[in-house]
Design a protein around this ligand. Sequence first.
Ligand code: HEM
Length: 457
Amino acid sequence: MAVTIAVQQWFQQETFFNNPLSLSLVFLFSLFFLSRFLRVWAVGSKSVKVPPSPPKLPLIGHLHHLGSLPHQSLRALSLKYGPLMLLHLGYTPTLVVSSAKMGREIMKTHDVVFSTRPITTAVKEFLYSGKDVAFAPLVITNNIISRVALGRSLEEKSVGAKLTKDVMEHFGVFSVGDMFPSLGWIDELTGLKRRMRKTSSAMHRFLDEVVEEHLTSKKEGAQADKKDLVDLLLESEKDPTLGVEFTRENLRAVIMDMFVAGTDTTYTTLEWAMAELVNHPVAMKKVQEEVRKVIGNTTMVNESDTSKMDYFNCVIKETLRMHPALVLSLPRVSTSSSVIEGYQIPDKTRVIVNLWAICRDPEVWDKPNEFIPERFMNNLIDFRGKDFEFIPFGAGRRGCPGLTFGLMSVEAILANLLYWFDWELNGGATKIDMTEAFGLSVHLEQPLRLVPKAHLF
Ligand code: HEM
């Protein structure tokens, strides 16, 4: 009884409840506890759904599911767990997207949330932590790439080609530090970081040489109409209208992007096109007849010629569909939480779009694993990022800025190869083995070896 009276007296005192400061504190505390309660309740009541995941192992999560050809393993998993699947690659939550519909959600509807790239170990070592295009904030992509018109070519040097290959290999490697940020030191122990640093310094030395050559030829008064990408980038270094600071590190990293993102993808696409054609002699005959008819005796293939070659363009489309050079999009990372198809996707989730799986989705493509260029005849579906069932160049803000240049290069080289030569398999083989080898771009496991025979016109 004494206690009740004491409590009543305490409540009646003016000092606490009549004091505005005390009331605000009570209000804030109530708000805090209410929000905590609602969060726990929402999770408990399953109103917040997370995308489905396969069972995971302690520590490594789902890493063991990746296998030697991750695009294929991820597709197999998506058939079971759905087109929006959450994997834990080590400690890194990664959303895997495997259908056109979900691709549209990520690359169009929620593009703003998903247009940042994560800074991985390879990006730190090779691209000065993202001073390039591919891993930089978008403002640089827009300003530089459109400014420098990718239609200019870089000077070809065999040392550059070798380094490009090495760099591509490093970008295709899953490093321990990327999966388990607190265990990054293991990459030092395994020698991965040392190898990356070695290739990275060799690449930077090579790029400095290229820049020096350009600066020298500029001093010596090279013709203004002979400007290439590097000249244009050098001009960007001093351009105040660019809107962002563009340093020598940016310049090296952007040239590296061009080598890495531009050369291997183009070469891989050509290799797959030739391999498919040699394995499909009827298609080869048909496309060569068309190319030779359109080019006639002019001997030089130009852009207006290739636009007249309907079947040739179908062959390129079918190659890009079956063998998108980047089978998995470059990784993205969410910058805020969002809800996709009813699933809660938290901030800082990595996202990989399985371009290969989308381009071979049996729901969309008839006989998806067969090379049938005819499927594109009188078919308006296009790869420029509008039709999400066919996105070999990605789509949205982070779609490939080199699409036009890459495509023009593939068209020009392929048309010449088909026009001038007839192609035979090497050493009595009857078919090319189409087994894939994984890397940042997926190529043939056995390098393509064909014998060219000059065509008799
Ligand atoms: C057949 C040739 C090519 C194919 C199939 C291809 C494909 C792709 C794909 C799939 C992406 C990732 C898109 C995404 O993550 O959503 C990409 C990004 C990129 N590509 Fe290409 N590409 C090709 C040629 C080129 C060329 C020739 C260049 C430059 C000269 C280039 C420069 C880039 C750059 C800089 C990015 C990163 C863009 C960004 O993150 O904002 N690509 N490419």
